[in-house]
Write a protein that binds this ligand. Structure first.
Ligand SMILES: [Zn+2]
Length: 316
């Protein structure tokens, strides 16, 4: 054991004694992963498990601050959404020891380096890892991004993502709960992103605008009610759908699925029939009303995309 000396410029060092090899305020690491790995291994050698606490990202979505804290960190109460949502419920943790051991990592602001700005490694309890047990390894960012990419797609289940991981990253051993946690965090993040953008419609419109700005020929039209600023109609098609609509203008099948979303905006789907007799979804429209004016507007969008009127329109 060595005695801690005050470190100039330190944000906080609260410990009375420094265990051998303990990370110190001012220590820098080449990357966030290296920093987390070092801290986890140090605490693991003392029988304690570290988990990722609060983190902050910059405007580019990169981590600029990460708090790693003891698994038995301070008690807190979580209030859940009344609706059952696993990504919300999973945030609950029952923590018994009110331990304040934690490490704050801050991005240095150049390259990918991170530095320790706070070190509190006094625990209020004994080991929280069984002797010989290992804390799960931190998940490399590349693997995390891979999971996040599929977490928001409803067609991918936990077990599918797990098997894709073992194909793509055979060296990486992840526990099921690590995968679940990353999936839930990704779902919560996308919900927060949508809320920050002003709701689903604003998020969809922003995404379409970005695609067009990046040169992707997505096609969309918006109808906005002037007095309230409410979107009453959103019509869109992907570049592939735009090409199909232009190429096969003869037949349009039009069907409206009512009230399948929580805004009660019917989803209107335009389907074309290609040269091989296959039906292909050509566009979608979310519309507040199902009146003549709305259908006229939707069909005008189709006409504009097809370039000529359809010979046949089929609808119920
Ligand atoms: Zn602790």
């Amino acid at each position: 054991m060595t005695t801690a000396s005050a470190t100039s410029g330190a944000s906080s060092t609260s410990q009375l004694h420094f265990p051998d090899g303990a990370p110190r305020v001012g220590d820098t690491y080449a990357t966030l992963e290296v920093a987390m790995d070092t801290l986890i291994q140090f605490e693991e050698s003392r029988g304690n498990k570290l988990v990722i606490g609060q983190s902050k990202k910059d405007s580019a979505g990169m981590y600029c601050k990460v708090i790693m804290h003891c698994q038995s960190y301070q008690k807190h109460k979580t209030v859940h959404d009344m609706k059952i949502d696993p990504s919300d419920q999973r945030q609950s943790k029952s923590i018994r020891f009110e331990c304040y051991a934690h490490y704050n990592l801050n991005w240095v602001g150049a390259s990918e380096m991170f530095t320790l700005t706070t070190v509190v490694h006094d625990h209020t309890h004994g080991r929280n890892l069984a002797v010989g047990a290992k804390a799960p390894c931190p998940v490399p960012l590349e693997v995390k991004k891979f999971i996040q990419k599929y977490a928001n797609k409803p067609s991918f289940s936990h077990s599918q993502i797990k098997s894709m991981l073992s194909n793509n990253f055979p060296e990486q051993e992840l526990t099921s709960s690590q995968i679940t946690n990353i999936m839930n965090e990704a779902c919560s993040q996308s919900k927060r992103d949508v809320q920050e953008l002003g709701g689903d419609f604003a998020a969809i419109i922003q995404s379409l605008q970005e695609k067009v700005a990046n040169g992707e020929p997505w096609n969309y039209h918006l109808k906005i009610e002037e007095t309230t600023g409410t979107v009453t109609l959103l019509w869109w098609q992907s570049p592939e759908q735009a090409a199909l609509t232009h190429r096969y203008p003869d037949i349009l099948v039009n069907d409206c699925a009512a009230n399948c979303n929580h805004y009660n905006y019917p989803l209107n789907i335009g389907i074309i029939i290609d040269n091989f007799g296959n039906s292909q979804n050509a566009w979608y429209a979310l519309q507040a009303q199902e009146d003549l004016e709305t259908y006229r507007w939707v069909l005008q969008c189709h006409l504009q995309a097809a370039g000529e009127p359809s010979e046949v329109i089929a609808s119920d």
